[in-house]
Design a protein around this ligand. Structure first.
Ligand SMILES: NC(=O)c1ccc[n+]([C@@H]2O[C@H](COP(=O)([O-])OP(=O)(O)OC[C@H]3O[C@@H](n4cnc5c(N)ncnc54)[C@H](OP(=O)(O)O)[C@@H]3O)[C@@H](O)[C@H]2O)c1
Length: 275
């Protein structure tokens, strides 16, 4: 690919695994991370193995729409050949960001939504976009008023699942609007990472019983890596399969309504310099 690949959350378990795998293929990588020190340590480890690897780091905090805008504005002119929306969070408690968005939704949905939209003019004609979703999507639904949950609507797993389902719906509407770009979904399965800690008293027990059964980050990120080099679009990559989006997730009218609602929410506080 001629240009660079942006990986959000490249300081995390699967993000770091993707950075190493893609750098090993000779790709130029931009690690988009909120913790620059952590990202720097990962880059140093990769450079120790691959001294010629092209890896840049830039600050990106997906919980702040202003940070997303700044990230895009400071990117320069090198074309983006792929965007891996990998970063994610599962907030233990209900909290609002400085923009007034619920934190899990900000990081998992609004941030990637805005980032992807703002990056379009910098993307190559047939750029790849991969959005990381989760098998939890199938247990929830999203509708009007789902995007800004109140305290009474919040649960750690439920809100996480709804934020990922909103991302899945965004992907489909995006694919309709930008048919030349190849946007796909990847579901890593259950992966041994920081993310699967719930921050609860039973974590040590769950770690001993459950973690050994989970996939490694290197294995979990494989479907996303396959999607990043695939000519397919609007598909779900899971395990070693590339599937059509399951029927339960097909609803173009709802996709459009969520898109419009998101545009209206974001337009109320996107700083002028983003436009
Ligand atoms: N693990 C699983 O079983 C599983 C299953 C399904 C889907 N997924 C999805 O896979 C993706 C990668 O997760 P993982 O398992 O590799 O978890 P992880 O190790 O916890 O990595 C998450 C990454 O997201 C970053 N991040 C969190 N909040 C952010 C913010 N406000 N701004 C920018 N970056 C932020 C983290 O940054 P820091 O390094 O600074 O913390 C980290 O780099 C996520 O989207 C997750 O939802 C995971």
């Amino acid at each position: 690919m001629n240009g660079r690949i942006i990986i959000t959350g490249a300081s995390g378990s699967m993000g770091a695994a993707a950075t190493l795998a893609l750098a090993s293929q000779g790709q130029s990588i931009l690690m988009a991370c909120r913790n620059i020190e952590k990202a720097g340590a990962i880059r140093d480890r990769i450079l120790a193995r691959l001294p010629d690897a092209e890896i840049e780091i830039k600050h990106l905090d997906l919980s702040s729409m202003c940070s997303v805008c700044e990230f895009v504005n400071e990117l320069g002119t090198v074309p983006v050949v792929a965007l891996f929306n990998n970063a994610g969070t599962i907030s233990r408690g209900y909290s609002l960001t400085s923009d007034g968005l619920e934190n899990t939704f900000a990081v998992n949905y609004f941030g990637p939504y805005l980032l992807t939209r703002l990056l379009v003019p910098k993307m190559n004609q047939d750029a790849r976009i991969v959005n990381m979703v989760s098998l939890t999507c199938r247990f929830v639904s999203v509708g009007e008023n789902s995007l800004r949950p109140e305290l009474k609507d919040f649960s750690q797993l439920g809100t996480y699942a709804r934020s990922k389902l909103a991302l899945l719906r965004f992907s489909q509407e995006f694919s309709r609007r930008y048919p030349e770009l190849k946007v796909n979904l990847a579901d890593p399965g259950i992966v041994n990472s920081n993310m699967i800690s719930m921050g609860r008293w039973f974590d040590p027990l769950a770690d001993r019983l459950f973690r050994p059964l989970c996939k490694s980050p290197e294995r979990g990120v494989q479907p996303a890596l396959t999607a990043l080099s695939s000519p397919e679009k609007n598909r779900l990559f899971v395990g070693n399969q590339c599937k059509r989006i399951p029927a339960r997730f097909l609803d173009p009218v709802l996709d459009l309504r969520l898109w419009q609602e998101t545009e209206s929410i974001l337009s109320s506080f996107i700083p002028r310099r983003c436009n």
